[in-house]
Design a protein around this ligand. Structure first.
Ligand code: GUN
Length: 282
């Protein structure tokens, strides 16, 4: 039976460290600030944004929320990003995804000052990650690396298989930087189970419940579930068929309580990094 990786516990530790760092920065007159922009009324996004605000509050990070109506135009959104780029008390900017139809998400991300891009979605930061020379790591992959570290799971020389292409570039690169042998699979991959069965470390970011079944998992594999889905009964679940896979894996992340809490913790960490970078005296 696999060990369940406790993302709540590991994220609590990261948040504790962040809170200490925030307190130290405040003594030097710097208060890290995060602006969270949400457009429209997607219920899942509303929950994520509320959680991000609460996490800021709990760690002493100053936060501002900009909740804009779904009818917001691209120009209005870009004008807000520009204002936040120049706002001195804001060190990190996060535009919650997905944006309502009609808004160009890529253009909005590219408008964010890379120094304030705490999601690490801007092309500049993505490029830096590819080069292995980065200030910000994307929150979800960075959170996963922290989980592996916390459980002493080495990536060195391991076969790592990542399923899903959305924003997973960072995941593949971080595993590669730690000397994993990385394969990225997607909807066009031929004989997916054949490939995933090779994985010592399997990361799934597909967005479909019960997608990863026991026949796709090598015995004793480490299984990391990035999925955030609702099952037939409306219950929150990941991509992995947990009941099937838990008995054969060596480690597994549950949903909820696995990767999710880490993503927010790493966002806080990136906001502190941004504040330090933007303060010339440090
Ligand atoms: N929507 C779901 N996850 C995220 C995230 O990490 N950042 C942003 N900006 N939007 C999201």
């Amino acid at each position: 039976m696999a060990t369940r990786i406790d993302g709540k516990a590991v994220s609590a530790k990261v948040r504790e460290e962040v809170a200490k760092e925030v307190a130290a920065l405040k003594e030097q007159g710097i208060c890290p600030g995060l602006a969270v922009v949400i457009v429209g009324d997607d219920p899942a996004s509303r929950i994520y944004v509320n959680n991000k605000k609460k996490a800021c509050q709990a760690t002493g990070i100053y936060s501002e929320e900009y909740a804009l109506p779904a009818e917001t135009t691209q120009e209005e959104l870009l004008a807000l990003v520009d204002k936040l780029n120049h706002k001195k008390d804001i060190h990190g900017i996060l535009v919650q995804s997905p944006l309502p139809k009609g808004l160009d998400e890529e253009a909005v991300v590219e408008a964010i000052d890379p120094k304030k891009d705490v999601d690490a979605f801007h092309a500049y930061n993505v490029g830096k990650i590819m080069l292995g020379d980065y200030q910000f790591l994307p929150c979800t992959p960075a959170g996963i690396m922290e989980l592996l570290k916390a459980y002493d799971i080495s990536v060195e020389g391991k076969r790592c298989v990542v399923i899903g292409r959305s924003n997973i570039v960072g995941m593949a690169m971080l595993l590669l930087h730690q000397n994993g042998t990385v394969t990225v699979c997607h909807s066009r991959t031929k004989d997916l189970p054949e490939v995933t069965r090779q994985a010592d470390i399997l990361v799934s970011a597909v967005g479909k419940s019960h997608f990863v079944t026991a026949d796709m998992v090598q015995p004793r594999a480490v299984v990391i579930d990035v999925g955030m889905n609702r099952d037939e009964n409306g219950k929150l679940c990941g991509d992995v068929d947990f009941d099937q896979v838990e008995p054969i894996a060596s480690y597994i992340t549950p949903v909820p309580g696995g990767v999710g809490p880490m993503t927010i913790a790493m966002l806080l960490k990136n906001t502190v990094t941004a504040a330090k970078m933007q303060d010339q005296s440090l």
